[in-house]
Design a protein around this ligand. Structure first.
Ligand code: PMP
Length: 364
């Protein structure tokens, strides 16, 4: 087969195991997924109401430019509509950026471990990948990343907070970094977990766009907004960057129902605040438990925890799976003896905490 050399043998993205598959495989009636950092409280009730209103409008193509959603996002972020890049999930915006800026004679710099899609998409574009290990505290090693940038570097990725460890970069560190990155190199700040961040020391990246035209900020409706199933994410960039890559966007990349759902979700900020509060409480509870077990837990500004247990990640993953809990093994995420767990609802976490001590005792 004459498939491109870059994708020959390349493993496809391996998402968290779907609930239905686990139920079938293990003959379980009840399975709790704590693997993909979704919102356990779903979406604002306004979303389902809006979807019901537009549910019959399926015969007509959506507004390919996403005018209404662009306007709402532009107004929310105080930027121009032309600065918004709408994607079928922020995954797709990552793809646009790679398609638009990377090719075989370029390179891209990223932290490792970090979100897998930067590397995958850059590999498909045949760019050279420069991975810079995170520090022992799980932070991006910004000095080493700066040192790795050269004339061929087109994109440097900052995942803030970082997936899979949840660690966030401070405002000062980010600003200092931006000051030193060459102007020709894009800096992508992937802020998929933005809504969950509680530290005051987090960068207000959107406000930095006017000072740093090479900055691109990624956000998503898949996490706190509870729309992972509808696939809506976006980037905010300078007008010239956003417009330059618009031709790579497929026609009608967001569906009409998703547009309306995102608009309704944006109208309910109270729902987001509530989810953030509950996430914070539940995260403290899970963290306290893991620490009591004697495990190291990375400081997380997200809706998940990366726990360093010392037990092979796949072994723990399997043990929890058999009891009806889908977690994420650290083995595929760069933490061989880690496990990543999304923060569930109180009931989900109660159920997890009931089975966890026995499982850990057996595996230790
Ligand atoms: N960036 C990060 C850091 C993520 O964790 C995820 C989701 N796993 C994404 C981007 C992609 O999210 P989506 O495509 O659902 O917007």
């Amino acid at each position: 087969m004459l498939v491109k050399k870059q994708i020959r043998g390349l493993p496809a993205y391996a998402p968290g195991k779907p609930i239905a598959e686990v139920k079938r495989e293990y003959g379980l009636d009840h399975v709790i997924k704590m693997a993909s950092n979704e919102n356990p409280y779903g979406a604002s009730p306004k979303v389902a109401e809006r979807i019901a209103m537009v549910a019959s409008e399926t015969a007509i193509y959506p507004d390919g430019y996403g005018t209404e959603l662009r306007e709402a996002l532009a107004s929310k972020h105080q930027v121009s509509e032309k600065q918004i890049m709408l994607g079928n999930g922020s995954d797709e915006v990552i793809q646009f950026l790679c398609r638009g800026f990377l090719s075989s004679n370029t390179n891209t710099v990223m932290a490792t471990p970090s979100f897998s899609q930067y590397k995958l998409n850059a590999t498909i574009e045949d760019a050279q990948i420069i991975e810079v290990p995170v520090t022992s505290s799980g932070d991006h090693d910004l000095e080493a990343m700066l040192a790795a940038i050269n004339e061929q570097t087109r994109i440097v990725w900052i995942c803030n907070p970082n997936n899979p460890n949840g660690v966030a970069l401070s405002r000062e560190a980010f600003r200092h970094f931006l000051d030193r990155v060459p102007k020709e190199c894009l800096v992508v700040s992937d802020e998929a977990y933005y809504e969950y961040v509680t530290t005051d020391d987090y960068p207000d990246s959107v406000s930095l766009l006017s000072h740093y035209p090479q900055l691109v900020v990624l956000r998503t409706f898949s996490k706190a907004y509870g729309l992972a199933g509808l696939r809506v994410g976006y980037g905010i960039a300078s007008e010239s960057v956003a417009q330059a890559i618009d031709p790579v966007r497929p026609p009608f990349n967001n569906n009409a129902i998703a547009h309306q759902a995102a608009l309704a979700a944006l109208e309910d900020e109270a729902f987001i605040r509530l989810c953030k509060e509950k996430n914070q409480q539940e995260k403290q509870r899970l963290r306290a438990y893991f620490e009591k077990e004697g495990f190291f837990v990375y400081p997380s500004e997200t809706n998940f925890l990366l726990v360093e247990t010392g037990i092979p990640g796949n072994q723990l993953f399997q043990a929890f799976l058999e009891k009806g809990f889908i977690l994420r093994s650290g083995e595929a995420l760069g933490y061989p003896t880690g496990i990543r767990i999304s923060i569930g609802s109180k009931e989900e976490n109660d159920a997890f905490l009931e089975v966890a001590p026995t499982i850990f005792n057996t595996c230790k």
